[in-house]
Design a protein. Sequence first.
Length: 433
Amino acid sequence: MDRDLVALLGFVGMFALMALRVPIGIAMGIAGVGGFALLSGLKPGLNLLANVPLSVVTDYNLSVIPMFILMGAFASKSGMSKELFSAGRAWLGHLRGGLAMASVAACGGFAAINGSSVATAATMTQVALPEMRRAGYHQGLSAGLIAAGGTLGIMIPPSVIFVLYGIMTETDIKKLFAAGVIPGLMAIAFYFVVVQIIAWRRPDMLPRGEVHTWGERFASLRDLWATLVLFGFVLGGIYGGLFTVEEAAGMGAFGTLVIGVLRRRLGPAEIKAALIDTLRVSSAIMMIVIGAFLFGYFLTITQFTQKAVDFLVHLPIGAYGVLALVMVGYFILGAIMDELAMILLTVPIVYPAMMQLGFDPVWFGVIIVMAVTFGMICPPVGINVFVINSIARDITLTGIYRGTMPFIAVDVLRLVILCAFPAISLWLPGFVQ
């Protein structure tokens, strides 16, 4: 059978299974093993199914994922997210839209000790949304703001998506982490601007909050030491050469546990809940990784990847035209797939093409991570939106999606700026050895 036809059937089968609500990892795995068996025979297909899962779950490089997730789970259970929001509320809450800006700042701070966008969105929904509701904020806008703020979890280091991209492309993860800092801070600044514009145009949607004394403001900073220590410990250890990224993830999880226990914030019940949450999230991620690897082997034997790279490289629209086309493709995929599946499925195709076109691998890592964040808050399958809706069921999906639109607009602007000026994201990595 023609290999191009089989590759097409593989994609059609995968998306059909996803449309039937089969989990993404399983859908990719079924399509990959089925297509591989169709071309190579049943026994090689079954051998692939037997070997790939074992090689994935025993890959030392991938151990960083559950460790960073565990670090975030311990941080969440020990109340660090509440401390971040409380400090932001004390300093910004008296301004019109101040609680919204405090929520964004808290999302950024929590992202610095948690590598997951979904975890950041879920945690801040429970912490910040009730406060904004009590203050009379527009519910859809508040939820949309938290959904957008949650995307900082995979931009500001440590980031699970940067780790996966670095492993897949053999790009220095330390440089990727450094490259995400300025774009992440830009996102916070841009979201602040959006909040102020909305507050100016529609003051009824974002009323002023309680005024705190200077004493209360400085007192709110006392509890931030744990977050700062963890952030400095993990990233300082990485860039100071004390340990590798994989070791940093384990040390960060252990450090978060120790701090939580010493502060009497993590008891047996909280530790058990954090471990269960980590197991649940890590298992879901590993299932997607396994499915993507199975589908990747299938694409390799069809030679689809090589043909797709040649096609992109030889398009008569220039390097930035190809980049724009790839970004549009990510926006479309974001409507039907989550960020992990998009990275795992597309990077083997687009990365070689981008390198042949002369783009920097670290810069492209930032661009591709920004592109996949759109899918996390855009209809119809924005995973952050669904997570928030599952917690705040009285806020409709439509209302949350409407709330995300102003932030999506400035995210597009930020993406254009970073594409036009690569030095913005490459300045800090230039200091990394």
